[in-house]
Design a protein around this ligand. Structure first.
Ligand code: SF4
Ligand code: SF4
Length: 181
């Protein structure tokens, strides 16, 4: 998309992103309720908010459109943690936080290829949430499955740029030229 067609082309893509976030949040809430006893996640708990996170352009543009003043006038958090953390350890773009931030803390499962070529299931969880039943013993439906939402997000990004899946560092959104106009 060139800069002018981007202006009109963004609306349906950002609406689709909003739907994707709603679906992610619904499923994350279901799992959070299921694991309420073990989850330590809360405002100010932020060791998962690491520096160097990247997002697709579609998620970057969503942040730009909603948080222009913060990006133009705010100060990024010092390097070593996510640029969007504030001094209390809270997220300054919580409603627009990227997909990857919406599932932090949940038991995660994904399929990977073992060295011999077999497909294996791997699981992980934030160490702070590792108390309780071993996550290996949880049913699949009690874990967040990495893959389907990533594919949906990639399809959304592909609508924007025809397949190029370039990623943008979150930190670079501060004090950058607006590329969408
Ligand atoms: S965008 Fe917000 S939730 Fe995501 S890593 Fe940064 S501070 Fe944490
Ligand atoms: S995932 Fe871990 S570090 Fe992040 S909020 Fe939850 S308990 Fe805290």
């Amino acid at each position: 998309m060139n800069s002018s067609s981007r202006g009109t082309g963004w609306k349906p893509i950002l609406e689709a992103l909003a739907w994707l976030y709603r679906d992610v949040d619904d499923e994350a809430e279901r799992l959070a309720a299921l694991h309420r006893a073990r989850l330590q996640c809360g405002r100010g708990c932020c060791s998962c908010c690491v520096d160097g996170l990247t997002v697709f352009e579609v998620e970057a543009e969503n942040i730009r459109r909603h948080r222009r003043a913060l990006l133009d006038e705010g100060t990024p958090h010092a390097e070593g943690a996510c640029a969007f953390l504030d001094e209390t350890g809270a997220c300054r773009i919580y409603p627009q936080r990227p997909y990857v931030c919406r599932t932090q803390g949940l038991p995660l499962r994904w399929i990977d290829e073992a060295p011999g070529g077999d497909l294996i299931e791997l699981r992980d969880i934030c160490p702070l949430n590792d108390e309780g039943a071993p996550i290996e013993s949880l049913p699949e439906a009690a874990c967040w499955t990495i893959g389907p939402f990533e594919e949906r997000l990639a399809r959304l990004q592909a609508r924007l740029d025809g397949g190029e899946l370039r990623r943008i560092p979150l930190r670079s959104l501060f004090h950058a030229q607006d590329q969408s106009r």
